[in-house]
Design a protein around this ligand. Structure first.
Ligand SMILES: [Fe+2]
Ligand SMILES: [Fe+2]
Length: 317
């Protein structure tokens, strides 16, 4: 919980029992406290194929999240909820955001700062065609299942379900931030940053290749505590609103986290399959070089060659 949120709880006297339920039923979810894929990825052992898989699938999430977030905005029932959803949406599209408050009020817009464009910079370094990123046709079955799960929870017409889903997703993304080095190191953004840095060190530097840009990952890590503050504020407002349904809120949060877990399990099962194929190859199988089921296979992704690390991003805060 952020400092802002803690203060908010104290001020509003939000029910302790509901806080305890959130901790028990949402914050203990395996995708928050035990994500096998991001733990593996943080070790820096992802080769170019695994990096492409992550970036391509994440780009589909990032792009379709715009639609899901727009629905969240449209279906919001409180002013706080609507404002928080609007700020998150425009920030995704390239408007700056105050990392402390999660508000985009008065900030500058640049298409260059659309989050998908930063991901395209990372993908281009690995040879992914920028406009191939974010396409539904590029989504693996688990990524589609994840987005459909978000559609039913995060983008629900029932504002209580949507609020619970948004609350759970933002608190997953902000897990551990500001809570000491050990806990923070288990934040999924922190794990992705460590993994991309490790990939650059282990797979690119020895070959004289420019590093995969980290702007997308580092920016999100910086912003998440603001997003989390926004959803805690929204919950405070919800709790005061007549008709707030705590059951639906928890169910929405749970459904969103379950869907999210499918996405990461998909990435993990593909990397395990690739590892098995590599082991077979080393055993003399020969033919298993690379990945027969490589995620980018057959999608005609043009190799555009490495690009320079993304220029410092201006006007995003
Ligand atoms: Fe984003
Ligand atoms: Fe977020």
């Amino acid at each position: 919980m952020t400092a802002v949120a803690t203060q908010g709880w104290t001020q509003t006297g939000a029910p302790e029992a509901f806080k305890a339920r959130i901790a028990r039923e949402l914050f203990s979810h395996p995708v928050i406290i035990g994500n096998a894929y991001t733990r593996w990825f943080s070790q820096g052992r992802a080769d170019a194929e695994r990096m492409k898989d992550l970036i391509l699938q994440f780009s589909v999430f990032s792009n379709y999240f715009l639609v899901i977030q727009a629905k969240r905005l449209v279906f919001a029932q409180t002013r706080e909820g609507e404002d928080a959803a609007r700020s998150i949406l425009v920030n995704e599209l390239g408007v700056g955001m105050d990392p402390r408050t999660g508000s985009a009020e008065g900030k500058a817009f640049s298409a260059r700062n659309a989050h998908l464009n930063w991901l395209r910079d990372a993908g281009a370094a690995l040879g992914l065609e920028p406009m191939a990123l974010g396409r539904w046709s590029a989504a693996e079955p688990e990524t589609r299942a994840f987005l459909q799960g978000l559609e039913e929870s995060y983008a629900s017409e029932d504002a209580c379900v949507g609020a619970g889903a948004s609350f759970a997703i933002e608190n997953w993304a902000a897990f551990g931030i500001g809570q000491g080095p050990e806990r923070e190191s288990r934040n999924f953004w922190k794990q992705l940053i460590a993994g991309v840095e490790g990939h650059n060190r282990n797979f690119r530097a020895p070959r004289g290749l420019s590093p995969v840009p980290l702007a997308f990952f580092k920016y999100h890590f910086l912003m998440e505590s603001g997003h989390s503050a926004g959803v805690w504020r929204e919950l405070e407002e919800d709790l005061r609103a007549p008709g707030f349904d705590g059951e639906k809120f928890i169910a929405g949060g749970r459904a969103a986290l379950d869907a999210l877990e499918i996405f990461w399990r998909g990435l993990d099962s593909r990397r395990l399959r690739a590892e098995r194929a590599a082991d077979l190859s080393e055993d003399g199988g020969g033919a298993a070089r690379g990945h027969a089921d490589a995620p980018c296979g057959g999608r005609a992704l043009r190799n555009v060659g490495p690009v320079d690390a993304v220029a410092p991003v201006r006007g995003v805060f």
